[in-house]
Design a protein around this ligand. Structure first.
Ligand SMILES: Cc1cc2nc3c(=O)[nH]c(=O)nc-3n(C[C@H](O)[C@H](O)[C@H](O)COP(=O)(O)O)c2cc1C
Length: 188
């Protein structure tokens, strides 16, 4: 079994609509990609989910498994939360784990799974006082938050350009983090 497993976890910001391209880019770099989506992102992509499952070769997950169910994904070498909404960044930092994606990455901090995230927020969200606190909290917990210089720069409200979302930077960071760990880390 490959150990080049990337959990790509997307939330409901417009770049998630292009996640198939990001998956293909990651696969071209040798990753076995498992795709997770927040419930809202899964709703946005509901027509694409069967094709995305076929593309990755794994079920697309947006819900916790039922107790006793086996894991359907191989263990992660690294997890990348992208695009990460204002809501998802804050939930993650605050430990609000009522949905699978945030639950996974909240627990992954303690499990030592390498974690990167590329936020996607406009400059109005970014001025909310919780946002910087959440970014600081996640960085303090060892998460690589690609925000600001060298990462995602907030756009003005209503002027987002989803096609310019820097997926390449996010995937490069996931690869860099993966090189620094010895092997896959089990989720179970
Ligand atoms: C068209 C549209 C575009 C949006 N773009 C963003 C965005 O770029 N960043 C963001 O943080 N929220 C954005 N939102 C709001 C989120 O989708 C919303 O806060 C949602 O609850 C996030 O849920 P999630 O973090 O669980 O995916 C957008 C909503 C809509 C309808």
């Amino acid at each position: 079994m490959t150990t080049r497993v990337l959990y790509l976890l997307g939330s409901a910001a417009p770049p998630v609509l292009n996640v198939a391209d990001a998956i293909r880019q990651a696969q071209g770099q040798g990753w076995d990609v498992c795709l997770g989506l927040t419930p809202t992102a899964a709703c946005w992509l509901k027509d694409q989910v069967p094709d995305l499952a076929e593309l990755t070769g794994h079920p697309v997950r947006s819900e916790y498994k039922v107790p006793g169910e086996p894991d359907v994904w191989p263990a992660a070498r690294v997890a990348l939360v992208a695009p990460a909404t204002f809501n998802t960044i804050n939930q993650w930092a605050l430990g609000l784990t009522n949905h699978f994606v945030v639950g996974f990455v909240a627990e992954a901090i303690g499990k030592g799974i390498p974690l990167a995230t590329m936020p996607c927020v406009n400059s109005a969200y970014a001025q909310h006082p919780q946002f910087d606190r959440s970014v600081d909290t996640l960085r303090g917990a060892g998460v690589s938050v690609l925000y600001g210089e060298g990462g995602f720069i907030p756009n003005e409200p209503g002027k987002a350009r989803p096609e310019s979302f820097p997926w390449g930077l996010a995937l490069s960071e996931a690869a860099r983090l993966a090189e620094n760990v010895r092997g896959p880390v089990s989720w179970a």
